[in-house]
Write a new protein. Structure first.
Ligand SMILES: Cc1cc2nc3c(=O)[nH]c(=O)nc-3n(C[C@H](O)[C@H](O)[C@H](O)COP(=O)(O)OP(=O)(O)OC[C@H]3O[C@@H](n4cnc5c(N)ncnc54)[C@H](O)[C@@H]3O)c2cc1C
Length: 380
C-alpha cells in the first residue's frame, strides 16, 4: 500500500468536492481529490443534466452571495472552456401571495438586495400562458438572474480546472476511513493511504458514514421528465417556460423547467413521499404506482397541456439536515477537518460558491460571506 502525502485531501468529488478541489488548487495548495466513482457519475446527488439556479433564495438571504459567487466562477470557467455552466432564463416563484415561494423569495430578495419583479396573475398568464386557467390568486416573483445549471458538466469542468492547476485526482477509489491523527489526517483507501494536514469531506449522501454523528438524512428522490401532450397549444421549451418553483393552491410544491438542448421538460414534487435511504442500498428501480402516480396527478392539475406520464425517470438522492440548510465549516471546530453537506435539495446552484468558502476556510482566509448560518455544529 503506497502512502501519498499532500497538504489537503478532498474526499468526494461531486458538486461541493470538485469545487473545493478546484478552488484549493487555484490557490497553489498541494491537494489530492478522491472519489469512489467516475467524475460526473450518476450514482450520487449531482446528475440528471440540469438543476434550478436562483439568486433570490427563499431558503436563506445569505445564500444570494453564494449563488452569485457560483455564477462568477462558472462564468469565468465557461469563457475558458467554451461551455455554458449557467443559463440565465430567469426563475419564477409561483403561488398565492402568502405561499412560501412568493413570500419567501420576496423576503430573501429584500434582505439580500436582489432585484426581482412581481407579476400579478394577469401579467403572469400573459407572459407565461402555461399558468393560465388556474387559481386567480396565483401570482409570481421573477428572479431575472435565475435559470439552470448543469451538474455533470459543471462537476467535470471543476475537476478539469483543478487538475490543470495541479490537483491530483483519484477517481474509482473508495475512502474507507478518515482518521484524525497527530498533526493532521489519515485517509485510507484500498490502494493507498493519504496523509495530509487537513481533509475536506464532501461525500454527499455518504457524509455521515465517514463522519459519524452528523445529523444528516439521505433520501431517495427520483428525477422525472415529461413531454407536452400531442397538439398542445402552449410552448414548453426553456425560453418560453423557464425554471420555476410553484406552490399549488392545495399546498403541494412543484419545481421544474422547460425542455432544452438534450433534455425534456423536468418537473418534480417537493414532498414526493421521499424515503430515507442508505446510500449504499438505494432502490434504483422506479415504481410506477408509488413513485409516479402522485406526481402525475399534480402535474395534470398544474399544467394540463403536459402529458402527466413521465417519459423518463431516474433515482437520485438529497441529504436533509434538520433545518434544511447546508453544513459548511469545521465540525467540532477541528483544524484538521472541513466539510460541506446536508444539501437538502437546493445545493447545486451554490457548489462553486461553497467550494470557494471551503478553500478559504482551509487556508485561513476571511470568507467572502457569512457562513454562521451553515455552521456544522449548530445542532449540537
Ligand atoms: C431530485 C433532485 C432535485 C434537485 N434540484 C436542485 C435544484 O433544482 N437546484 C439546486 O441547486 N439543487 C438541487 N438539488 C440538490 C443538488 O443536486 C445537491 O445539493 C448537490 O448535487 C449535492 O452535491 P454533493 O457534493 O453534496 O453530493 P454528490 O455530488 O453526490 O457528491 C458526493 C461525492 O462523494 C463521493 N463519495 C461518497 N463516499 C465516498 C467515499 N467513501 N470515498 C470516495 N468518494 C466518496 C460520491 O461518489 C460523490 O461523487 C436537487 C437534488 C435532487 C436529488
Amino acid at each position: 500500500m503506497s502512502t501519498i502525502t499532500t497538504d489537503v485531501v478532498v474526499v468526494g468529488l461531486g458538486g461541493f468536492g470538485s469545487a473545493a478541489l478546484w478552488r484549493l488548487a487555484e490557490r497553489g495548495v498541494s491537494v489530492a481529490g478522491i472519489d469512489r466513482f467516475d467524475i460526473g457519475h450518476n450514482l450520487g446527488s449531482s446528475h440528471g443534466a440540469t438543476r434550478l439556479f436562483r439568486v433570490a433564495c427563499m431558503e436563506h438571504p445569505g445564500l444570494a452571495a453564494v449563488a452569485r459567487r457560483s455564477l462568477d466562477l462558472w462564468t469565468g470557467l465557461g469563457e475558458r472552456y467554451g461551455e455554458s455552466y449557467v443559463e440565465q432564463t430567469g426563475c419564477l416563484s409561483v403561488g398565492s401571495p402568502a405561499s412560501l415561494p412568493v413570500r419567501g423569495t420576496t423576503a430573501a430578495a429584500e434582505a439580500a438586495g436582489v432585484e426581482v419583479y412581481h407579476l400579478s396573475h394577469d401579467e403572469l398568464v400573459r407572459r407565461y400562458p402555461q399558468y393560465a386557467g388556474l387559481d386567480e390568486q396565483t401570482v409570481a416573483v421573477l428572479d431575472p438572474e435565475g435559470g439552470l445549471c448543469f451538474p455533470e458538466r459543471n462537476v467535470r469542468a471543476q475537476v478539469r480546472a483543478a487538475a490543470e492547476a495541479g490537483a491530483q485526482v483519484y477517481p474509482g477509489t473508495r475512502v474507507t476511513s478518515v482518521e484524525l491523527v497527530d498533526g493532521g489526517v489519515r485517509v485510507t483507501t484500498p490502494t493507498a493511504v493519504f496523509e495530509a494536514a487537513q481533509a475536506v469531506v464532501t461525500a454527499g449522501a455518504w457524509n455521515a458514514k465517514l463522519l459519524p454523528g452528523l445529523p444528516l438524512r439521505p433520501r431517495r428522490t427520483p428525477l422525472y421528465w415529461f413531454a407536452p401532450k400531442e397538439g398542445a397549444s402552449q410552448p414548453f421549451d426553456l425560453a418560453a417556460f423557464p425554471s420555476f418553483i410553484y406552490e399549488l393552491a392545495d399546498g403541494r410544491g412543484l419545481w421544474g423547467h422547460g425542455s432544452g438542448d438534450g433534455f425534456h421538460i423536468k418537473i418534480g414534487l417537493s414532498d414526493h413521499g421521499h424515503d430515507d435511504t442508505d446510500p449504499d442500498e438505494l432502490d434504483r428501480y422506479i415504481h410506477p404506482r408509488r413513485d409516479v402516480d402522485r406526481l402525475a396527478e399534480a402535474v395534470a392539475a398544474a399544467f394540463p397541456q403536459v402529458d402527466p406520464v413521465p417519459v423518463k425517470a431516474i433515482p437520485c438522492m438529497i441529504t436533509n439536515s434538520p433545518d434544511e440548510q447546508f453544513l459548511v465549516g469545521r465540525p467540532g471546530g477541528d483544524p484538521r477537518l472541513v466539510m460541506a453537506g446536508g444539501d437538502s435539495g437546493h445545493g447545486f446552484k451554490h457548489v462553486a460558491g461553497v467550494g470557494e468558502l471551503l478553500a478559504q476556510i482551509a487556508v485561513g482566509e476571511e470568507t467572502y460571506s457569512d457562513v454562521g448560518f451553515m455552521d456544522p455544529d449548530r445542532f449540537a
